[in-house]
Ligand binder design. Sequence first.
Ligand SMILES: Nc1nc2c(ncn2[C@@H]2O[C@H](COP(=O)(O)OP(=O)(O)OP(=O)(O)O)[C@@H](O)[C@H]2O)c(=O)[nH]1
Length: 316
Amino acid sequence: MARMSEPSTAPAAPHRAGFACFVGRPNAGKSTLTNALVGQKVAITSNRPQTTRHTVRGIVHRPEAQLILVDTPGLHKPRTLLGERLNDVVRATWAEVDVIGFCLPADQKIGPGDRFIAKELAGIKRTPKVAIVTKTDLVDSKRLAEQLMAIDALGRELGFEWAEIVPVSAVEGKQVSLLADLLVPLLPESPQLYPEGDLTDEPEQVMVAELIREAALEGVRDELPHSIAVVVEEMNPREGRPADKPLLDIHANLFIERSSQKGIVIGPKGQRLKDVGTKSRRQIEALLGTPVFLDLHVKIAKDWQRDPKQLRRLGF
Ligand SMILES: Nc1nc2c(ncn2[C@@H]2O[C@H](COP(=O)(O)OP(=O)(O)OP(=O)(O)O)[C@@H](O)[C@H]2O)c(=O)[nH]1
């Protein structure tokens, strides 16, 4: 039966936009859920804990809302001063977002690691907290019901109430879009914060560019102290690769200021540039956890340091 479209007299719901971050102990399924929500691989997943080393954002675009997902590194029991500082960074991220999603795997009892995080969450009063039971495909409904009740009890025990408790399976795509539906009303009224079509703000590209720049500067820092800029133009998974043998194509330009610097960067018979490519490729592979094909070109952007337009293009 076709639905008649009638001119709407009700005022349009206000557009909402804001930030959400998923927290939870290692392996709770945060990255997989981010990818499922955004509908494209943006974060780094693996079955080893702690692969998410830096903030990765994915953006869910809807006509009425924009949900920006921030993936924070995990909070850990601090054993060192550095550990404490890192936790400060994590807490600062939590306090800045509009909603926090606390991921708890359905197939594991709430443990000390979860309690540690939940206690921290209790200290962040103003931000709404949504409990997300992940990996529901791994358990039966009885176990799921037990987990939902345990989570409800945990909130009460710590003196706060979950804005929502949502079971999802990112792998089966179950309730993933419902989760987005429930997160959106918790965001502030706001116009779009990112242009349509931006799936991530690509912090990975920035880090990749930085690794290439570091490798390119090695040994020539004195000759070319600040004259090298690197821009990652494209970063795409190679099509047609088997799932267990992915390859990431990265196209990057290495900008120098003058043609006289070209020889230094490229080296005799191109050997230096080759070494820079090999070295940075290894580091990029270690960072992203995937094999990489790196296509590196040297370009001249005349006096880019003095040209505001060029500087902006080069990401400064
Ligand atoms: N069966 C099932 N497995 C899942 C689901 N979501 C995640 N996993 C698996 O759980 C493991 C951890 O998932 P990640 O998304 O990397 O977990 P994370 O919380 O981001 O982990 P860290 O980066 O270590 O903090 C991976 O092996 C995923 O494939 C799910 O919905 N169902």
